[in-house]
Every structure is written in structure tokens, then in C-alpha cells.
Design a protein around this ligand. Structure first.
Ligand code: NAG
Ligand code: NAG
Ligand code: NAG
Ligand code: NAG
Length: 247
């Protein structure tokens, strides 16, 4: 136990704070942001990897130099079951924990960030709709940095094709679209999932569904082979992650 604590302490020292993520909720509903560290990345402190963020609230997350990981927003969360574990209708972690420590259940708007470990390297970041969409979001690099904003502020849920919709039944009222699935998740076929005989760089082609997401959110990655949607910025940059808002 003591050894474990020492190891964790040393990991924290090693991952000296490099920059910050300012997470803002411009939605008119509660969100529960979640952060997951990539394997072998220095760690974001556990208590900051999941929290409730009410409308208009924000939270600053210090990220260690060289950190890489993903973040997303969970929606419509409530305590469930005998042990009152957190259960979210979108973006759930399947762990029942506020700090979920796992990747989310799609459909989900996902942000990937690789913060550079030295000044000689650049950060890279992307907004991806490869796993579908739940909440609009913008990844905003420092003003005057010249770095690109990765943004998807369109109401993708409202425009979502019927066959991709994730619908919540709002007790008697009309059905509400709460997320838009990727075609792979919704239709589960080889063409959409780039599997079977459609596996591989020369066989895995964007479909009309990729075009649908790309049309609404051109700066987001919408296909596995879409390699033009990863943006770079100087090492140590701070980013604003604004849910339901643009620049
Ligand atoms: C959030 O801020 C906006 C703009 O200032 C305001 O109109 C809205 O009422 C606020 N919402 C909440 C829940 O405080
Ligand atoms: C969590 O919510 C989903 C619906 O969003 C429901 O199907 C599931 O049974 C819930 N889990 C628990 C443990 O209550
Ligand atoms: C970092 O980004 C700048 C500006 O885009 C570019 O000129 C430079 O080559 C990049 N450096 C690396 C190591 O990729
Ligand atoms: C993007 O991928 C295509 C197809 O695999 C490749 O031809 C191209 O060189 C890649 N571009 C970059 C910037 O990596």
C-alpha cells in the first residue's frame, strides 16, 4: 500500500503540470464531463476525471506535460439501482462511478488531445464523430495562437437520419433524439464498420453517413481515414473545451 502511494507520487512528480483544459458548460442542461487517460500517459488527478457541470459552470483541469487522453460529456445521468451508481443515458462508462476510469459507451462526441512532452514538439487535438454524436462542443486553442478551432456546434441530433437516432422517451410526450449513432453502431454492417472485405485503407471508404456528419461539422473527424482533421498547436497551450458553444 505504501509502495503504491510512493509510486503514484513519483508518477505525479514526473508528470509536471504543463497546461490546462478549461471545461465550460454552455448547454442549458447538466453535463457530467469525463476524462480518460490514454495507456502510458501521465495521469490527470482522479477527482478531476469526472464531475457534474451545471449550465454556465466551468472547471479548470491541469494537465501534466505529455498527457494524452480523451474527454466527453455524459448526459441525463441519475443514480440507479440499489447502490445508487451513476447511470447516464449518453456517454455512460458502465462503471457506475462519477470518475469513470473507462471509455464511454457510444454514441458520443469525443475529443482526443495529445499534449506535447517537450517544447520541440507540438500538441495535437481532434474532435471526432467516428463514434457518433451526443453534445455539441468546441475545442478552442489560445486566441492569437493561429491554431485551428475544432468545433461541432450544429444540432446534429435534430438533423440525425431516423435510422441513426438514439431516442429517449420523455414520459408520454414525443420522443426526443438524445444522440446520433455512427452508422457502424446503428447498422452494424461491414461497409459502415470497415470490417470483413471492407477492411483496409483502399477498401474502407466514407459513406453517405460520414458525409452527413462532415457536412454539419467540417472540422470534425468523421471517418477512420480522415487524417486532415487532426490539428496542431505549440506545446504547453491551454485549451477551452466549450460544450454547446462556439468561439
Ligand atoms: C446562463 O447564462 C446565460 C447568459 O448569460 C443566461 O441567459 C442563462 O439564464 C444562464 N443559465 C443559468 C442556468 O444560469
Ligand atoms: C441505466 O439506464 C438505462 C436507460 O438509460 C437502463 O436501461 C438501465 O437499466 C439502467 N441501469 C440501472 C442499473 O438502473
Ligand atoms: C509545430 O507547428 C508549427 C506551426 O504549425 C510548425 O511550423 C512546426 O513545424 C511544428 N513542429 C513540429 C515538430 O511538428
Ligand atoms: C492521408 O491519408 C491518405 C490516404 O491514406 C494519404 O494518401 C495522405 O498522404 C495522408 N495525408 C496525411 C497528411 O497524412
Amino acid at each position: 500500500m505504501k509502495l503504491m502511494k510512493l509510486i503514484i507520487f513519483m508518477l505525479l512528480l514526473q508528470g509536471a503540470v504543463g497546461a490546462t483544459l478549461e471545461i465550460e458548460n454552455s448547454c442549458n442542461y447538466n453535463i457530467w464531463p469525463a476524462i480518460s487517460n490514454n495507456p502510458s500517459s501521465p495521469l490527470v488527478p482522479k477527482d478531476l476525471t469526472g464531475f457534474l457541470l451545471p449550465p454556465n459552470a466551468s472547471k479548470t483541469i491541469p494537465i501534466p506535460s505529455g498527457w494524452s487522453g480523451r474527454l466527453w460529456a455524459r448526459t441525463l445521468c441519475a443514480p440507479a439501482g440499489r447502490f445508487h451508481r451513476l447511470n447516464c443515458t449518453t456517454g455512460d462508462c458502465n462503471t457506475g462511478a462519477l470518475q469513470c476510469g473507462s471509455l464511454p459507451h457510444p454514441p458520443i462526441t469525443l475529443i482526443d488531445i495529445n499534449s506535447a512532452s517537450s517544447a520541440a514538439l507540438n500538441d495535437s487535438y481532434e474532435l471526432t464523430l467516428v463514434a457518433g454524436f451526443n453534445v455539441p462542443v468546441s475545442v478552442i486553442p489560445p486566441r492569437d495562437s493561429g491554431c485551428r478551432v475544432a468545433s461541432c456546434t450544429a444540432d446534429v441530433n435534430a438533423a440525425c437520419p431516423p435510422e441513426l437516432r438514439l431516442v429517449a422517451n420523455e414520459g408520454g410526450g414525443g420522443d426526443q433524439v438524445i444522440a446520433c449513432m455512427s452508422a457502424c453502431q446503428a447498422l452494424n454492417d461491414d461497409v459502415e464498420c470497415c470490417s470483413g472485405e471492407y477492411r483496409g485503407v483502399d477498401k474502407c471508404k466514407p459513406t453517405k453517413y460520414n458525409d452527413f456528419f462532415k457536412g454539419l461539422c467540417p472540422s470534425a473527424m468523421t471517418h477512420f481515414l480522415d487524417n486532415c482533421s487532426t490539428f496542431g498547436c505549440a506545446s504547453g497551450s491551454d485549451y477551452v473545451i466549450r460544450f454547446c458553444g462556439g468561439v
